[in-house]
Design a protein around this ligand. Sequence first.
Ligand SMILES: Cc1cc2nc3c(=O)[nH]c(=O)nc-3n(C[C@H](O)[C@H](O)[C@H](O)COP(=O)(O)OP(=O)(O)OC[C@H]3O[C@@H](n4cnc5c(N)ncnc54)[C@H](O)[C@@H]3O)c2cc1C
Length: 373
Amino acid sequence: MSAGRLGPFFEERHEALAARAEEAAGKLDGEEDPRRIVEKLAAAGLLAHCVPSEFAHGNGNGNGSIDVRDLCVIRRALGYRSSLADTMFAMQGLGSFPVTLAGSEDQRRALLPRVARGEAICAFAITEPEAGSDVSAVATRARRGGDHYLLDGEKTFISNAGIADSYVVFARTSDDRHRGLTAFLVDGAAPGLTTTPIELIAPHPIGRLMLQDCPGERIGDEGDGFRIAMATLDRFRTSVGAAAAGMAARALDEAIARVKVRRQFGKPLAEQQATQLALAEMALDLEAADLLVAKAAWLGDRGDKVTRAAAMAKLHATEAAQRVIDRALQLHGGLGVVRGTVVERLYREVRALRIYEGTSEIQKLVIARDLLR
Ligand SMILES: Cc1cc2nc3c(=O)[nH]c(=O)nc-3n(C[C@H](O)[C@H](O)[C@H](O)COP(=O)(O)OP(=O)(O)OC[C@H]3O[C@@H](n4cnc5c(N)ncnc54)[C@H](O)[C@@H]3O)c2cc1C
């Protein structure tokens, strides 16, 4: 453990990684092309942290998994600068972790080094028009077709739809609500896969997938899909909180800079006590978010069950980030709603974090279920 800048839940290597991630994030400012972003994240060595180290460095001495605190440190730095870069980073992890977790050795060797080098863009497809919060309602079907499976169905709100080289698609191999789900690898160029984009309020490559007799390779066993999906989300949920904290930290910095220079009623806004109270509350919200994220990440890396801690970290950090960014915008007055200001951008970009990887309401249900067990 270190008593460095990141606090006691982190080790010295995380401090070094944070500095490296911040430097790389600074160079991504203004970059809007998702593939270029992925290339730059790979060149900075950040994507190596999305896969077990034996697939990123070829040294074969890793522990076979990925470090949640690494993900958090990187996502906080990226969130501070560019939510698009954060999305591209997160999807490389989320869209390949089912293979890390349950893939065959051949699948791992074929995909994971390309993920780390930024050569394969990944996607993770569960959500369907009639299966959002209720993952067990997935209706996409998979049937055996020779040495692989053929998938039929529709997915929606899939990040990287249309630009991904590799999709993990969850489909039904039997009618059992949970045990009937199986995970598949679908190539981005597979016949029978078509995509249509969806435009959001913030930059984020996302769209629908239509699967018609689309070939897929099974990941793990039939019936393992629900477990693989939940284990993947458990691993990554805490890092959504870290990205939110990064965005909130940026908003707080922007607000502090603005109130020091903006003068009204004969003095800077910073000298009005109401402004000071707002800043104190924003800083407190952010500090609590960082601490919940750090604790959940540390528990995850220790190998503890983190369902409740990760849900708390994601819930609090994303809700707190929304509050902090809203207050930062308010402190900017009219300037805060002018297109192109940082707080205006953050205000649009933070919104989706309370929805994806389980809405805030679903996080509360997860926490309550754990309390009542
Ligand atoms: C930017 C973005 C990126 C995404 N990327 C991906 C991706 O890469 N892959 C993927 O598979 N999915 C992705 N999603 C989909 C996302 O996971 C779903 O949007 C989310 O799970 C919610 O599902 P829904 O939109 O169908 O909302 P619904 O489930 O219809 O929920 C609507 C509202 O009802 C509430 N609600 C639902 N059930 C309950 C309940 N039991 N009790 C109380 N309230 C409830 C919800 O909290 C929400 O407020 C993405 C979404 C967004 C916005």
